[in-house]
Design a protein around this ligand. Structure first.
Ligand SMILES: Nc1nc2c(c(=O)[nH]1)N[C@H]1C(S)=C(S)[C@@H](COP(=O)(O)OP(=O)(O)OC[C@H]3O[C@@H](n4cnc5c(N)ncnc54)[C@H](O)[C@@H]3O)O[C@H]1N2
Ligand code: MOO
Length: 635
């Protein structure tokens, strides 16, 4: 089969314009629903009250209904006595007021004389404590305009006004077709090459959130005729069709050909990243979108195009995301060719709102889970320097961001545990970690971009940890070091230690494939220190230059068999089921500028790491000595 290359390079706004112009003749359909089932729906016509509310004069208090003229002249000194049946009747809140009465006196203001008589000591005014007809809603009054999204309170007013049925826009049915021979349903055992199909489930939830109705079709293998017949079925059953994956230029990327054969492709390929190979088209007037397979690419297309489409069917416009000004924590490179959407973590450090970029890969679902905002880097920009003021679209509440401890530095799984405990103990506090290695953490402290930096930096001269680095790199700042843990560092190998590696020398001798940590990380310094002491040259180790950014990254590479041996901490090896050969221990501490030490956030953080619960977690992971945890060293 001939391989087709896509790919126009439309600018994003142009592509969106072309698409929405192409489908502008769509007329949203309407239906009648019961008011009590209309929450979240959008009114297709203005709604007027059919009756007044209240629809009779009603008592607003418990007491007696009487005639105000009979109470005239009553005072503390001049009680007036009223007789039941002749002067008043007893009423409760909400009771109708017979026409011969014009006011209600509260029971608290009555002096009971006997079974049938009360005295009053205050005159009453006409309509006192009576809710007159239409006090709330008057018949024929406008309750809601057209194109209004119905809220819970609207339902009450509509029903009070006698409106029980209403015309709303139909929720568009959105057909989702996951395609790919490699896709499998969740739950089964996985072999290399299997991909758990989850995009369609994410889309379904998004579609429901935006007011559409999701209809998921079975996974379609990469078979042209099968995909085509499923698209045709979805076309008959749905208003909008989403074909997931197969949008790119691969041999089995059929989406655009199917759409072209059955309808028309307006755009294939947009100058954005991620999301570039999106396909925008229609089949006989029904929108069809080919959504790229990578989850983050898919997110971008769902958020910017599909959301708007679903809203359009309900005559709504997506609300604009709130934007804030922030300062970039590090340099972010970007291609001149694309408008790029970078997920960022946000946090206030001093008065600066810092935006730290998260993992950029289009497959990084965690970058979406962790993101506080999206930073758009315009096309024709090479990137953004560290410390630049930028605009960020918020994905989270600004209040939550204010209560976030920004933590930039070396990674250890215990920081994730501390973050989790911090949030479960203090529901409004968060810990946001960026893993840039120990030296990266020191630089972030220097630039005022972080509240804390976890570090484990070995002084090659003295063999001591951390203190000398803070003195050297932050000479003019009063710093505190929160002592944390001693960690056992070592070599990780596959279970059974197939190459029988016992010490550093074995890596050289056996030509084992090594995976290292990045320069600037404390683990790398330790590695450099040890091989230097042993007189091993870096070049003698196969893969000394191969760098991973986290302990788990190293462990995962060994686990997958991409490397024979790596360096890292015990807990990471244990998590991945690897064997571990200790080579030394190091001090992993947390550097904090003194001015933050007394803040609520840091005080709570210290409380967490000194708690029994945290220590229990450390025991569970293994490889940590926490005898000095929480001790403060002033520098
Ligand atoms: N030679 C080129 N290759 C690629 C290009 C290119 O320009 N030239 N573009 C890349 C970009 S950018 C993207 S984005 C992807 C889009 O790929 P497809 O839409 O064709 O999707 P697949 O290749 O089938 O899948 C990619 C990837 O996505 C994940 N995936 C797919 N479906 C699901 C699902 N239902 N649930 C969860 N995850 C899913 C999966 O990891 C797939 O490996 O193409 C690049 N290639
Ligand atoms: O569009 Mo792809 O999504 O850049 O990764």
């Amino acid at each position: 089969m001939e391989q087709r290359m896509y790919l126009s390079n439309h600018e994003f706004d142009d592509a969106i314009d072309i698409f929405f112009k192409g489908i502008q003749n769509i007329n949203p359909r309407t239906e009648i629903v019961k008011t009590w089932e209309a929450w979240g729906r959008v009114t297709a016509e203005a709604l007027y009250a059919k009756i007044s509310s209240p629809h009779y004069n009603s008592s607003s208090m418990d007491g007696i209904a009487t005639l105000s003229s009979k109470t005239r002249g009553a005072s503390e000194k001049n009680h007036i006595i009223l007789e039941e049946g002749r002067d008043y009747i007893i009423v409760d809140t909400g009771d109708p007021i017979p026409s011969e009465y014009d006011c209600v006196i509260m029971v608290e203001d009555l002096i009971r004389i006997d079974e049938t008589h009360v005295a009053i000591y205050k005159s009453a005014s006409s309509y006192q404590n009576i809710r007159p007809i239409g006090e709330d809603i008057v018949e024929n009054q406008l309750i809601l305009p057209a194109n209004h999204k119905i809220r819970p309170v609207d339902i009450g007013a509509l029903m009070a006004g006698g409106v029980n049925d209403l015309k709303v826009y139909k929720r568009p049915e959105v057909g989702i077709i996951p395609t790919g021979t490699e896709l499998v349903e969740p739950g089964g055992s996985l072999k290399a090459g299997d991909i758990i199909e989850f995009n369609s489930r994410v889309f379904s939830a998004q579609i429901e959130e935006w007011g559409g109705k999701a209809k998921r079709y079975d996974i379609q293998k990469d078979v042209y005729e099968d995909i085509k017949s499923t698209v045709l079925r979805a076309w008959e059953e749905c208003d909008i069709i989403l074909i997931n994956a197969g949008s790119s230029a691969g041999r089995e990327d059929f989406s655009s050909r199917v759409i072209e054969e059955l309808g028309e492709v307006f755009v294939h390929g947009v100058s954005i990243k991620p999301g570039k190979p999106v396909i925008l088209g229609h089949i006989k007037g029904k929108p069809v979108i080919g959504i790229p397979g990578y989850p983050v690419s898919a997110y971008v297309i769902m958020e910017f195009i599909v959301k708007r489409l679903i809203y359009m069917y309900q005559r709504l416009k997506p609300e604009e995301a709130k934007r804030v000004r922030a300062v970039t924590s590090r340099r972010i490179m970007s291609s001149l060719k694309y408008l790029e959407f970078v997920r960022v973590k946000l946090g206030y450090v001093g008065r600066k709102l810092i935006a730290a970029p998260l993992s950029r890969g289009a497959g990084a679902t965690m970058s979406l889970v962790q993101a506080d905002g999206i930073l758009e880097i315009p096309q024709n920009t090479e990137g953004i320097e560290a410390g630049t003021e930028v605009e960020v679209k918020l994905l989270k509440d600004e209040g939550d961001i204010k209560n976030t401890i920004v933590c930039i530095g070396s990674h250890d799984p215990i920081m994730d545990i501390a973050g989790n405990l911090l949030h479960s103990e203090n529901r409004d506090m968060y810990l946001s970690s960026a893993h840039v290695g120990s030296m990266g953490g020191i630089m972030a402290l220097r630039n005022g971009e972080t509240h804390m930096a976890p570090i484990h930096l070995l002084d090659m001269e003295s063999g001591l940890y951390n203190v000398s680095y803070l003195k050297k790199y932050l000479p003019n700042r009063k710093m505190a070091l929160i002592k944390c843990v001693k960690r056992i560092q070592g070599l990780m190998v596959k279970k059974g230690n197939p190459l029988n590696i016992k010490a550093m020398e074995d890596i050289v001798e056996k030509r084992a494939r090594f995976v290292n940590r990045q320069r600037g990380s404390g683990t790398r310094l330790l590695m450099d220190y040890i091989i230097k002491k042993k007189g091993i040259m870096p070049e003698a180790i196969n893969g000394y230059d191969r760098e991973e950014f986290t302990h788990l990254g190293v462990a995962a590479a060994v686990e997958a068999g991409d490397a024979d041996v790596g360096i890292g901490i015990y807990s990471a090896a244990a998590m991945m089921g690897l064997e571990f050969i200790p080579i030394g221990s190091e001090e992993y501490d947390i550097a904090v500028p003194l001015e933050y030490l007394e803040t609520e956030m840091i005080k709570n953080f210290i409380k967490v790491i000194t708690s029994d619960e945290f220590k229990k977690e450390l025991d569970r992971l293994g490889g940590y000595d926490y005898s000095h945890i929480g001790k403060i060293v002033l520098i």
